[in-house]
Design a protein around this ligand. Structure first.
Ligand SMILES: Nc1ncnc2c1ncn2[C@@H]1O[C@H](COP(=O)(O)OP(=O)(O)OP(=O)(O)O)[C@@H](O)[C@H]1O
Ligand SMILES: [Mg+2]
Length: 453
């Protein structure tokens, strides 16, 4: 608690002096002022953790000051001080966001305890937030799986970027390739991991709102601006701002983004002061940005600025070696989620999955497996649990890979035939056994062996 800064706003000089002394003895850094106006100007300029605020102040009263403080920084702890004869405003203050109140006259020990408790609770809350975030990072749904050379390279780049906390990053890749996952990984493995990670999808917000969303606005900046509003750049201070679908940001706004990247400062709409921030920007898009630049639909200066650190995630069909681990991970996840214990993929299902082109990339694979797990009441995921598009004739499978055609062993031909029949009867094992003229248990046995292969 050594570096805690406390501000006393109290017009009674004697009381304020006494409080200052007590708190200084407890090793807090203390400042004191006698009016709300002075207090607010300090809070605007300096970092304050806790305010002891008198309710009955000359000119601007304590409730008004509290409102102002909460607007400037809602994280500041405020403890109200009020005369015992006048408890109502103290209760109002709690509703506006004061942490606690002290009734005058109070014992100095009581003051120390209330301050200490407030700071401890605050600290605890931050610790809980930190643990929650840690838990999220460790959660399997936030891990990047895949051992293709591409993903190995991407992991290396993420590690490098993580150690350069200011560099902006551009993530490119088709829809569903894992751009958001990579952005998450960058933030949570960087020195900014305890700071905020704020996301905005530029294509989901109407053009006319996005600017005030990003930069905030001053009170009265336009007709609807009844209060000051912080923008996302400000909220992301100390952390990372993820601009998703950046390509859909209108051209006129792009120079303003570039300016923030270059100066690490911005202005609220209607504001006159530059506000300094410390934010890393990560942008992502599934569009071909270079092409958009060529056509004049995206500004080249912003593109080149972002391109300094670029990560391109190849489509899944170009890194098929990742499919194997991904499908197993997703099966695991959905087994848990739906309380099932499906053991794996029947060989024919494996073929379907491998040979499909996955236009929706990893997201599509994930969805297909989720659906299959829901549908499946067998030990294995069978072709019948796969959606139609995977079964549509895939012309790019070479004949040699397709068992049962040409030079294959009797065993493989049998396997192929059995799986074929199974598919024709929509996975109904009794029916398949009848068609094949074997017993149901023999069929089960054979299927189990295929899985073990
Ligand atoms: N390598 C991977 N390992 C594990 N899960 C992955 C991987 N890549 C993607 N995913 C999962 O696939 C889904 C889609 O990923 P994500 O949302 O990051 O894609 P995106 O590129 O941002 O897509 P879009 O362009 O549509 O926004 C998510 O559920 C994500 O967790
Ligand atoms: Mg995305």
């Amino acid at each position: 608690m050594e570096n805690i800064r406390i501000l006393i706003i109290e017009d009674n000089e004697d009381l304020s002096f006494t409080i200052e002394n007590v708190l200084k003895k407890s090793k807090y850094k203390v400042k004191r002022v006698s009016t709300g106006e002075e207090g607010i100007s300090i809070i605007k300029k300096e970092l304050i953790d806790l305010v002891l605020l008198d309710i009955n102040l000359p000119k601007m009263n304590g409730i008004k000051v509290l409102r102002n403080i909460k607007e400037i920084n809602p994280d500041i702890l405020v403890i109200m001080m009020t005369a015992i004869t006048d408890a109502k405003p103290a209760i109002d203050a709690m509703k506006i966001g004061a942490y606690d109140y002290l009734m005058k006259p109070f014992e100095l020990d009581e003051l120390k305890i209330v301050v200490k408790k407030a700071l401890e609770t605050h600290e605890l809350k931050r610790e809980v937030d930190r643990l929650k975030r840690q838990h999220e990072i460790d959660h399997p749904t936030n891990k990047i799986f895949g051992d293709s050379q591409y993903l190995q390279k991407i992991r290396e780049i993420i590690a490098i970027i993580a150690s350069t906390p200011r560099t902006s990053v551009l993530i490119l890749g088709e829809s569903g390739t894992g751009k958001e996952l990579v952005a998450n990984a960058i933030h949570y493995s960087s020195a900014r991991k305890d700071g905020p990670f704020i996301k905005i999808n530029c294509s989901a917000i109407p053009d006319n709102l996005i600017e005030s969303e990003l930069f905030g606005h001053e009170k009265g900046a336009f007709t609807d601006a009844k209060n000051m509003k912080k923008g996302l750049f400000e909220l992301a201070n100390g952390g990372t701002l993820f601009l998703d679908e950046l390509s859909s940001m209108k051209l006129s706004l792009q120079p303003k983004i570039l300016r923030v990247l270059e100066t690490q400062s911005f202005r609220r709409i209607g504001g006159v002061n530059d506000i300094n921030i410390d934010v890393r920007v990560i942008a992502a898009t599934n569009q071909d940005l270079a092409e958009l630049v060529k056509n004049g639909e995206f500004r080249d200066d912003l593109y080149y600025r972002l391109k300094v650190m670029e990560i391109t995630i190849p489509p899944l069909r170009e890194r098929k070696e990742d499919i194997d681990i991904l499908k197993k991970i997703f099966l695991d996840q959905y087994n848990k989620e739906f309380n099932k214990s499906i053991k794996g993929f029947a060989p024919e299902t494996d073929n379907l999955i491998y040979n499909y082109s996955w236009p929706g990339n990893v997201r599509e694979l994930k969805n297909v497996i989720e659906r299959a797990v829901i549908l499946c009441n067998d030990e294995m995921l069978l072709p019948e649990h796969m959606p139609l598009e995977l079964k549509e004739l895939n012309t790019d499978i070479p004949a040699s890979q397709s068992p049962g055609l040409g030079m294959v062993s009797l065993e493989d031909a049998e396997k192929h035939h059995i799986l074929n029949v199974l598919e024709l009867v929509n996975g109904n094992k009794s029916k398949a056994a009848r068609v094949l003229k074997i017993s149901r248990s023999t069929l089960r046995e054979k299927l189990k062996n295929y899985q073990a292969e």
